[in-house]
Design a protein around this ligand. Sequence first.
Ligand code: FES
Length: 177
Amino acid sequence: MDHNEQHDSEHVPTKRKEMSRRQFLTYTLGGAGAFMAGGVILPMVRFAVDPILQKKEASGFIKVIEESKITSEPMRVEFQIHQVDGWYESDPKLAAWISKGDDGQVFALSPICKHLGCVVSWGGESPDEYHCPCHGAKYTKDGKTLKVAPKSLDEYQVQLDNGWVYLGPIVANTRVK
Ligand code: FES
């Protein structure tokens, strides 16, 4: 064996991994397809979850009546709120029975009966009590349940500012134990 032959036999050509035409097309089309699908799907996902991503507005208080008009006799006051629920915006009308307690504090009761959700009224057939026309529930001026309803009337959170009464979110009654 001469020198050249020995050299040739030692020289093993390194294998180059070449991509076949089929693989190249598969990768290229797959990548382009994934890119286009992402362009379509991501905005849809974003659109679907957008209300969840939105920061909730701080629950606002609504100016409803001058404080000077509030006495110890409950007064029905109607007001409107703006509410956003996901994609749905609405301006429902709400009502409250507002009065001053024996402690002189202004408070506001929700008129929604805690039995099955009818609307209660003050006075009338039961002076000095709230009554519900549906099944006869009765409540004290502080909203304490006297009969039929399992719970006392809810309360609005109240703020007083510059001679005005502002009502906020509805909470469980804090005046009765
Ligand atoms: S809903 Fe008021 S008593 Fe039933």
